[in-house]
Design a protein around this ligand. Structure first.
Ligand SMILES: *Cc1c(COP(=O)(O)O)cnc(C)c1O
Length: 358
């Protein structure tokens, strides 16, 4: 029996997609083999990659002057690739709204000066600071944000005023969950294991003029965007099977009506849980309402033993991976695209019963 999996990542995937993968597991179309067994230079795989790219371009309305790269190494490798490729003055401004931007800034410090121009560390990252008039460094190569904070459950809803500087955004845990205007960014990236596909694929969307040879001199070949851009993500063996699954997820989303359609569903889903949290006397959300994420919803009872009891009983009842991150405590329900609305309704029902009994 499949459970309701509220994991923050790797996370739930659409059942429909898993079924297609199951049916094509031994023999992909007329190839006589699994996608896992194919040469990455074969016609079949080339089609899989090109379709995935085309469909993602459609879904996100990605302009022609942006390249889509299917890479490996997760978010963490981007923490290094971004400064290595973009830090020409060796200066960058980072907005610190959680662990992931903090870690990204830490990695960038290996290569240059990092100015932390805003932070919400003072209140355990439970809010998004005002980003409308920051002290942006005049020589900053870029301004960095983590747009959805997976751990804390906040989202940057108004992009920072970068005062003309390049905006770089980690969208790992909100990839394809709501429409974004790609034109506002120099580079967007995300590990796909939160909302798009299996762990092992990282998607980078980068404006073409930023793909250059004059990167920091010690940058390894594999960590240059140009290496991958010049070879259409086929410089070396890419994560073929993961890209195939991402491609199926893109088709699933297109069939559903695209990002606008899933965004409406995501709003509806999150509202069910947030409305209950706001009315409950037992459970409460941990972040400022205006900054709430549609994807990750942390909540607590305020009593550690009761939290533990809830997590154990929820797990027993088929609501899995609902334990919060250790730095927040309590619970966290991740409501990614593939979480059916029914899962949230049943969770809230379960929470209501738990509240009545405790
Ligand atoms: C999970 C996560 C990361 C880290 O990704 P890895 O692929 O594990 O390196 C980075 N940023 C955000 C927002 C995340 O949610």
């Amino acid at each position: 029996m499949r459970v309701f999996n509220f994991s923050a990542g790797p996370a739930v995937l659409p059942e429909e997609v898993l079924n297609i993968a199951k049916n094509e597991m031994l023999e992909y179309k007329n190839s006589g083999m699994s996608v896992m067994e194919m040469s990455h230079r074969s016609k079949d795989f080339e089609n899989i990659l090109n379709e995935a790219e085309k469909d993602l371009r459609t879904l996100m309305n990605i302009p022609e002057n942006y390249k889509i790269l299917f890479l490996q190494g997760g978010g963490w490798t981007q923490f290094a690739m971004i400064p290595l490729n973009l830090m020409r003055n060796r200066v960058a401004d980072y907005i610190i709204t959680g662990q992931w931007s903090k870690k990204a800034a830490g990695e960038a410090k290996l290569y240059g000066t990092v100015n932390e121009v805003a932070s919400s560390a003072d209140k355990n990252f439970s809010y998004i600071p005002d980003l409308s008039n920051l002290n942006i460094s005049s020589n900053a190569d870029y301004v960095y944000i983590c747009q959805n904070n997976t751990i804390y459950g906040t989202t940057i809803k108004n992009l920072p005023n970068t005062k003309g500087k390049l905006l770089v955004s980690d969208i790992s845990s909100m990839f394809l969950s709501e429409p974004l205007d790609v034109n506002k960014y120099g580079l967007i990236y995300g590990g796909v294991q939160k909302n798009v596909g299996p762990a092992g694929v990282t998607i980078v969307i980068i404006r073409e003029d930023l793909i250059r040879d004059d990167v920091l001199p010690f940058t390894p070949t594999m960590l240059k965007y140009k290496t991958h851009a010049d070879h259409n993500s086929l410089f070396n063996t890419p994560p073929c099977y993961g890209i195939y699954i991402c491609g199926l997820v893109f088709k699933w989303l297109l069939k559903l009506g695209g990002v606008e359609a899933i965004h409406k569903i995501n709003i509806e889903k999150a509202k069910i849980l947030y409305d209950y949290l706001d009315s409950s006397k037992l459970f409460k959300g941990t972040v400022e309402k205006k900054d709430r994420s549609l994807m990750n919803v942390p909540f607590i009872t305020g009593n550690k033993e009761l939290d533990a009891k809830f997590i154990a009983q929820a797990s027993e009842a088929g609501f899995k991976n609902i334990k919060g991150h250790r730095t927040v405590g309590g619970m966290r329900a991740s409501l990614y695209n593939a979480m059916p609305i029914e899962g949230v309704k049943k969770l809230v029902e379960f929470m209501k019963n738990f509240e009545a009994e405790n």
